[in-house]
Design a protein around this ligand. Sequence first.
Ligand code: FES
Length: 553
Amino acid sequence: MFKKEIHKIRLMPSGQFFHAPRGRVLLEALFEAGIFLRTDCGGKGRCGKCMLKIITADHSEISPPDRTEQEVLGKRLVDSGYRLACRLRVCCDLVIEIPENSLQSPDIVRKGTVAPFLRPPFPVSEYPPRGIDTYALAVDLGTTTIALYLCDLVSRAVVASISVKNPQAIYGDDVMSRISAIAGNHNTLARLQALAVRAVEWGAVSLCRSTNIDPEKLKKMVIVGNSVMIHLFAGEDPSSIGICPHKPLFVEEKTFSAEEIGFDLSPSIKIQTLPLISGFLGSDIVAAGIATEIENSPKGTMLVDLGTNGEILLSAKDGFWATSCATGPAFEGATISHGMHAVSGAIDGVRIDRRTGEIVCSVLQYDLDKPKKPSGICGSGAVSAVAELLRTGVILENGRFNPDIHFPNLRYSDSGVFEFELISGENSQTGRPITLTQRDIRLIQLAKGALRSGIELVCRETGIEQPEKLLVAGAFGSFVIKGDALTIGMFPGLFEENIEVVGNAAGAGAILSLFDRGFLSRAKKLIHAIKVLDLSSHPAFQETFISFLPFSK
Ligand code: FES
């Protein structure tokens, strides 16, 4: 029988509809239509956040929920017609209903809280902006998280900011998985580009709506990111970065019209990407370097930008040295069982009373009028929890739970996983306990091992024992508790006063580029002075990595 290639997806109760090709994962089809669901697990079918209700469908066409989906949703929801959008393929016309909780809610920050570190500080404008009429967007396009800053070009102020999960995660958590996805299917490049563009557009619409700014007044957008992200955004194939010698197709800055890039929101907007250094060192570390004025910092200053990749830039005697290490997305709260990015409701710090065993978690709240119960743990929260578990002896230096300790919160879950409960089901937003598993601890351990190896090998290359001063950047870097990071051995043995947490410096650099005409020439000058250390082919990497796996200082 003839099967339609395009199906109609109708959303209830609004009755709006869109079309999606047969075989497309429903979550991706929704993203492409500009409907952003929560995807805390990156579309892996683990978090249950993308659930929606199927109202009408041809059930002879839809595959029934598999075991994972049944486990995540539970019998009651499955029997009521709920499915996970990331597990369901479009194979017939559908009428669906998306619960409010499944939609990404824009966590917009208007004042200060996550405004990036800027030197000299730029004002964050009062809301409503006093505003004049020309606005621009600075975008830090990360592998896991996209940060957007709405800027007033006249008053040179950040009006509001938002972070959005990168929907490309459904094609893999890291850049190499996304490159592999392209190799397997020649349509994937266009789909990855569309996902990034739709996510940036969704963030831009949310920012404009919340500040009553007409999107037509957006005149410019500057995008920074790692080299693969920038290639994907530009619609260029990043495959050459995936194979030795990891050469990008281009390193220079590029300018696009909104139409060229498929950006529907504001047709007159001019979109610019900033120059890259190499295949694994993108414009994000360049922007971060300029924002933190690394060019003028004393020798021995090291900037570490922590995202899904850890990028390291050292001001050395003979110029600048840079490298990139694969830390994975754990520092951004992705891939860990109850991980989430640093938005309201995320646990960002943990303390355990040695005497009573009482656990106190600090929870991020951007809107104090509407405080949220904890719903997950962000990267800095995970590092803080691991540090406390080490201090209390619940985990050992090798990263394993201590079999000889009795602690009421350490137990086997219903599914047989050994885990430590931080928040009980009654006290969490989702009704499910928030826990840290052995696997989560392992992910933090691997990330810190990769980072320390990068720091160590750059120092060795330049003949210094360790950096004199460390600038820690990235969304993770905004909230990390220095003492906790030192306890798990993330950083060399510096005094806390020699570690400066500088927030999203890449985002700050993107903002600065909107305000400062000299930015591009400074960026090019810095790139010219940088020598790149390639860890992927470094003979001492493996041995160094293994030596830094234990949680020792
Ligand atoms: S279960 Fe679908 S995104 Fe997590």
